[in-house]
Design a protein around this ligand. Structure first.
Ligand SMILES: [Zn+2]
Length: 105
Protein backbone atom coordinates (compact mmCIF):
# COMPACT_ATOMS: atom_id res chain seq x y z
CA UNK A 1 0.00 0.00 0.00
CA UNK A 2 2.86 2.35 0.76
CA UNK A 3 4.15 2.08 -2.80
CA UNK A 4 0.72 3.09 -4.14
CA UNK A 5 0.83 6.26 -2.02
CA UNK A 6 4.43 7.00 -3.01
CA UNK A 7 3.48 6.76 -6.68
CA UNK A 8 -0.03 8.25 -6.67
CA UNK A 9 -0.19 10.77 -3.80
CA UNK A 10 1.44 13.68 -5.69
CA UNK A 11 -0.87 13.11 -8.66
CA UNK A 12 -3.96 12.89 -6.43
CA UNK A 13 -3.03 16.13 -4.66
CA UNK A 14 -2.47 17.89 -7.98
CA UNK A 15 -5.78 16.67 -9.43
CA UNK A 16 -7.69 17.70 -6.32
CA UNK A 17 -6.18 21.20 -6.48
CA UNK A 18 -7.08 21.48 -10.18
CA UNK A 19 -10.65 20.32 -9.56
CA UNK A 20 -11.25 22.46 -6.45
CA UNK A 21 -9.92 25.89 -7.39
CA UNK A 22 -6.51 25.40 -5.80
CA UNK A 23 -7.67 23.60 -2.70
CA UNK A 24 -6.01 20.26 -2.15
CA UNK A 25 -7.04 17.53 0.23
CA UNK A 26 -7.93 18.55 3.81
CA UNK A 27 -4.90 19.23 6.01
CA UNK A 28 -5.58 16.32 8.32
CA UNK A 29 -5.50 13.96 5.33
CA UNK A 30 -2.25 15.43 4.06
CA UNK A 31 -0.73 15.21 7.54
CA UNK A 32 -1.79 11.55 7.95
CA UNK A 33 -0.49 10.50 4.53
CA UNK A 34 2.83 12.29 5.01
CA UNK A 35 3.25 10.70 8.45
CA UNK A 36 2.44 7.30 6.93
CA UNK A 37 5.04 7.80 4.21
CA UNK A 38 7.68 8.64 6.84
CA UNK A 39 6.68 5.87 9.27
CA UNK A 40 9.47 3.47 10.18
CA UNK A 41 12.30 5.15 8.29
CA UNK A 42 15.41 5.97 10.30
CA UNK A 43 16.12 8.88 7.96
CA UNK A 44 12.88 10.53 9.14
CA UNK A 45 13.70 10.35 12.83
CA UNK A 46 14.63 7.77 15.43
CA UNK A 47 15.61 7.19 19.02
CA UNK A 48 18.48 5.13 20.33
CA UNK A 49 17.74 2.49 22.95
CA UNK A 50 20.54 1.24 25.18
CA UNK A 51 20.45 -1.90 27.31
CA UNK A 52 22.58 -1.61 30.45
CA UNK A 53 22.70 -5.35 31.07
CA UNK A 54 23.90 -6.50 27.64
CA UNK A 55 25.60 -3.18 26.75
CA UNK A 56 24.03 -3.08 23.31
CA UNK A 57 22.03 -0.39 21.63
CA UNK A 58 19.46 -0.30 18.90
CA UNK A 59 17.99 2.42 16.72
CA UNK A 60 14.20 2.54 16.58
CA UNK A 61 12.53 4.62 13.87
CA UNK A 62 9.64 6.88 14.79
CA UNK A 63 6.20 5.67 13.81
CA UNK A 64 3.32 7.64 12.34
CA UNK A 65 0.81 6.64 15.04
CA UNK A 66 -1.87 7.25 12.44
CA UNK A 67 -5.14 5.35 12.35
CA UNK A 68 -6.58 3.56 9.35
CA UNK A 69 -3.81 4.26 6.88
CA UNK A 70 -0.63 2.70 8.29
CA UNK A 71 -0.89 -1.08 8.56
CA UNK A 72 2.15 -1.23 10.84
CA UNK A 73 0.73 1.24 13.37
CA UNK A 74 -2.77 -0.26 13.11
CA UNK A 75 -1.37 -3.75 13.72
CA UNK A 76 0.59 -2.58 16.76
CA UNK A 77 -2.47 -0.77 18.16
CA UNK A 78 -4.65 -3.85 17.59
CA UNK A 79 -2.13 -6.08 19.36
CA UNK A 80 -1.85 -3.68 22.32
CA UNK A 81 -5.64 -3.50 22.63
CA UNK A 82 -5.99 -7.29 22.51
CA UNK A 83 -3.31 -7.68 25.20
CA UNK A 84 -5.01 -5.04 27.36
CA UNK A 85 -8.40 -6.74 27.00
CA UNK A 86 -6.94 -10.14 27.88
CA UNK A 87 -4.79 -8.93 30.78
CA UNK A 88 -6.94 -6.23 32.37
CA UNK A 89 -10.54 -6.32 31.20
CA UNK A 90 -11.65 -9.88 30.56
CA UNK A 91 -9.60 -11.51 33.26
CA UNK A 92 -9.64 -15.17 34.22
CA UNK A 93 -13.20 -16.01 33.27
CA UNK A 94 -14.39 -18.41 30.58
CA UNK A 95 -15.22 -16.61 27.35
CA UNK A 96 -17.23 -17.86 24.41
CA UNK A 97 -17.34 -16.02 21.11
CA UNK A 98 -20.21 -16.18 18.63
CA UNK A 99 -20.15 -14.84 15.10
CA UNK A 100 -23.46 -14.25 13.33
CA UNK A 101 -23.48 -13.58 9.61
CA UNK A 102 -26.46 -12.45 7.55
CA UNK A 103 -26.78 -12.37 3.79
CA UNK A 104 -29.18 -10.43 1.64
CA UNK A 105 -30.53 -12.35 -1.33
ZN1 LIG B 1 2.88 3.95 11.02
Amino acid sequence: MRQVFVEQWPRLQRELREANEGRGPPKFITKAVNAFLDCGFLSKGFCRLYCKSCKSDQLVAFSSKSRGICSSCDGRRMTELAAHLCDSVIGEVPVRQFVVTTTYI
